[in-house]
Design a protein around this ligand. Structure first.
Ligand code: URA
Length: 221
């Protein structure tokens, strides 16, 4: 079976998935979107209000900012693949739970294997934690890491910069590195640590205030 067809099957599986409790509260699962062959793949945390409504990733305020960042990096949305570590919206945009992350991990792993991107950009700490053990986003944002033979660039989540404008310049600067990396510049920065976790790191959810069911997702650092 071709990779394109396999990706379509995974998409259908995600749309009908009942593997964790998030299935109960969703309007739409959000498998992700983009071509079946890409150089860059972006991985966020999980659908927010608008994504759940529309079944598409990053279509709310964070998505509008992501579009700006992509444009500044000379990337078009339709030439990259955008998805999330969890494919259904956590209630009130809370952090995804370990069991939700593991229920969804197979889908993301298969998407990565089939898309075979040159660069994976993680947006926020939950997608960072999939690749980098014990990383602190404040210390390793914008860094390139070689993980399982692939370049992983760890970045702040766009919603974090909307919530905390002081993070915005860092995100803009980090995105500006992408064209050079895609052009073949030495991928792993000399001082960046190289991580190759053997087991999947577990992210401990931070204690957070219960949020009202706001349409935008603003809790991603
Ligand atoms: N935030 C995410 O992490 N993913 C989306 O798809 C939208 C907002």
């Amino acid at each position: 079976m071709s990779d394109t067809n396999r990706l379509k099957i995974i998409r259908e599986e995600i749309l009908h998935c009942q593997n964790c409790a998030l299935a109960k509260g969703r309007k739409n699962a959000v498998p992700g979107e983009g071509p079946s062959s890409v150089e860059v793949m972006f991985i966020g945390e999980g659908p927010g209000y608008h994504e759940n409504q529309q079944g598409k990733p990053f279509v709310g305020q964070a998505g509008a900012f992501l579009d700006e960042l992509l444009a500044a990096a000379n990337l078009k949305r339709d030439e990259v693949f955008i998805t999330n570590v969890v494919k259904c919206r956590p209630p009130s945009n809370r952090d995804p739970l370990p069991e939700e992350l593991s229920a969804c991990a197979r889908y993301l792993d298969e998407q990565i294997a089939l898309l075979d991107p040159k660069i994976i950009v993680t947006l926020g700490r939950f997608s960072m934690a999939k690749f980098i053990q014990n990383g602190r986003i404040s210390q390793i944002h914008g860094k390139s890491h070689r993980v399982d033979g692939r370049i992983v660039v760890t970045m702040y989540h766009p919603a974090a910069a909307l919530h905390q404008p002081a993070l915005r310049p860092a995100l803009v600067e980090d995105f500006a590195k992408l064209p050079r990396l895609l052009g073949g510049e030495s991928p792993v920065e000399p001082k960046a640590e190289v991580f190759a976790p053997e087991s999947k790191p577990e992210v401990k959810p931070e204690k957070k205030e219960e949020k009202p069911d706001l349409p935008e997702q603003l809790s991603l650092f």
